[in-house]
Design a protein around this ligand. Sequence first.
Ligand SMILES: Cc1ncc(C[n+]2csc(CCOP(=O)(O)OP(=O)(O)O)c2C)c(N)n1
Length: 895
Amino acid sequence: MDMTAPEHLLRQIDTDAQETTEWIEALNSVIASAGPERARFLLSQLASSARAAGLHWRDARITPYVNTIRVQDEPPYPGGADAIAVEERLAGILRWNALAMVVRANRAYGELGGHIASYASAADLFEVGFNHFFRARSDDFAGDLIYFQPHSSPGIYARAFLEGRLNENNLAHYRQEISAASKGIQGLSSYPHPWLMPEFWQFPTGSMGIGPISSIYQARFMRYLEHRGLLATQERKVWGVFGDGEMDEPESLAALSLAAREKLDNLVFVINCNLQRLDGPVRGNGHIVDELETLFGGAGWHVIKLLWGSDWDPLFARDTHGELADALTRTVDGQLQTFAANDGAFNREHFFGQSPALKAFGDLLTDEEIDRLKRGGHDLKKIYAAYHAATQQRGRPVVILAQTKKGFGMGKAGQGRMTTHQQKKLELQDLIEFRDRFQLPLSDTQVEQLEFYRPPADSAEMRHLHQRRAALGGFVPQRIGSSTQLPVPALDSYAAFALEAGNKEMSSTMAMVRMMGGLLKDAQLGKHVVPIVADEARTFGMANLFKQVGIYSAQGQLYQPEDIGSILYYREAKDGQILEEGISEAGAMSSWTAAATSYAVHGLPMLPFYIYYSMFGFQRIGDLIWAAADQRARGFLIGATSGRTTLGGEGLQHQDGNSHVVAATIPNCVAYDPAYAYELAVIVDDGMRRMLTQQEDVFYYITVTNENEAQPSMPPDSREGILRGLHKIKACDQTQVRLLGAGPLLKEASAAAALLQEQFGIEAEVWSVTSFSELARDGIACERARRLKQSDIQPWITQQLGGSTAPVLAVSDYVRGVSESVRAYVPAPYVTLGTDGFGRSDTRAALRDFFEVDARWICYIALTELYAGQKTDAEWRVIADRLRLDIDKAMPSHS
Ligand SMILES: Cc1ncc(C[n+]2csc(CCOP(=O)(O)OP(=O)(O)O)c2C)c(N)n1
């Protein structure tokens, strides 16, 4: 095996040691006599001279593989050695209970899964947070926000058990939420899910990468609220504890520069660098810590490397020639993992045995001591020093790169093993060794039975735990869901133009933006509205809002905008209301989530409207939307420029015919595809009432388009139908066919009805479908209730279309799957038309012909339904010619 470290880990050769020493001594004397500021100045001068001389020198951004915080700079540990000893015992107990929870569940039901090794490695990082830093929400403080590494959740439950917030029954029902509920017990969700444990978890992090990006935008949103004078953030911190493997997710790193640019010193990342992910090492042939140091440092974060425990300090103190630091710098992560998986004797031979100088270090320790040498992330004192430094940092976010051992304490069964991530069963001997390792007061029988252990109430551990949490304001995590209601303005105060449109031409996007403008002006609600865009405000005609409410910028506006004279000028302001996120849908969505959950996280309800290209929503950032749903978000997602044939010109990657399929799969997402401005107004009004007044944990997805339409006024008695998904807009005496049109294609359905009447003498009713998904949900619920003998109520769509047996033809600008979803509830022959296939660039007329959804195609298909088997092929060709249709063309989804 070639164990040579890669080039970048090798030390550069020193060709003149004496000269090097002179330079270093000169620098040291400047630091001693003139202070660090002067030393930094001189170094900058040297760097610029080097540049001027063409040396192309640049700081490598990687510091040696040792701790950033020097021993002499470590603060004393609160409570001293006694507190450390108690907290170490607590961490051992928590590790045991977390392990027992997972192993028990899997003994009973091998399929349940769960993780032991991740929390085993993270326990000390969490404990220092819980005992000294994570402040709870209390009467006078709104609390720190903590994003927990998802698969460490057993440890968080274990702690809540000691705290008395969960009982043995809860722990015994880890990952058995349904069977627990049937016994009247709260089961424990696999990962942090506010939907499933709404009084416990605040932030869903189970899908890796979502936690990091969400926490950054949360910290930024707190600044936004503060700068707008809506919330005093009281130096509250956002803590994110994440895995080193998780950092490979693009979302994890996507917003690092935003955090630094916005100087988010209210944000601390703790990255648990146990050097392993699920399959194996994160960077077997390098150092993940170095890589992250470069990335975070380069983005402008303050980086704290927390690599080695206090028992290494005496060794480093003797390392005057840097041999030990060098050896650690040279040892790649794959090898560090092997060292973690093996005992003191192995480490003596393979690490300290590398050179006589290293051997001398090894000789200072017994095998047992070598075995117990701690990594920084397992040393409470070192962790405390890092966290303390992080909370003192001003002007920059902080990342702590904490080196740990995966499966810490799991001995041969798991520590540092390749397979440790998925280990959920342990042999009795391994369990006994674990007990001994953490000196747990459990008998062999108790160990075998995997008994949970809670020390007596008057024990030092329990007193300490409660006293520390009391000092920090209570327990975390904890979610408080209820919120103050916000008054919803009367509909005609901001949407009269839509309700009484009188056939004025406008697009639904225009109507949406105008309503938002009105809501922003509302005396009470206005300041709670959060318009969010990802560099498309002008596309949606929102430029007028720039001036009206300003674009949020923590720095205000440090330049004179080019268009200052214009009434729509690009106005950035510290108290600006629009969140302009640049070209980052993931960032904009994270901001939306922060705003949409502010009611619970900050006790301050906000009403976000994120307006975006509908194609770049569910399809691109669907997982962030799913997480927002889990987090019980309340707000509006506005899918603009929607409809595969309605967004002319833009082509295959822009034209959305899919988003309503995905929206329908999210249980608390209420989705609409309205045609008219008045429908939109009714929907927005209803959404606000449900979310802000009735406090329902739902959010709205509404598609709007950029096609100008003659907007009719609202017909009387149409409100219920609009909200339930279907209402009639053109009746006839003796209908022969019913045409259902959704969103922008309602117009084509209406035109088809006219064609049928004028050219074929056929009477056609026209219906507007505002939401296939609401109709389908209602259908599913009614059908189930009927089958289970719970109720006989018919679905809304069945009731509405039940008065006739005339065929029904539905058309939408989405794939047929959307309109097909209601087939079972249509009490007549049912035909669907949709836009299955790839979009392409052309005019709306050409696209609607291509996808066979324009008035002529609707007319032709309706005739084929009405006259099935009654005409010859030749006669159909005549009809097609009359309608100028090419019935020999290829299927759109195949071309
Ligand atoms: C988006 C996503 N992909 C994959 C997973 C499955 N998964 C859960 S934990 C894990 C490994 C995590 O490794 P790391 O972040 O290093 O954390 P550790 O457990 O080592 O502390 C994986 C792949 C997931 N939860 N989310």
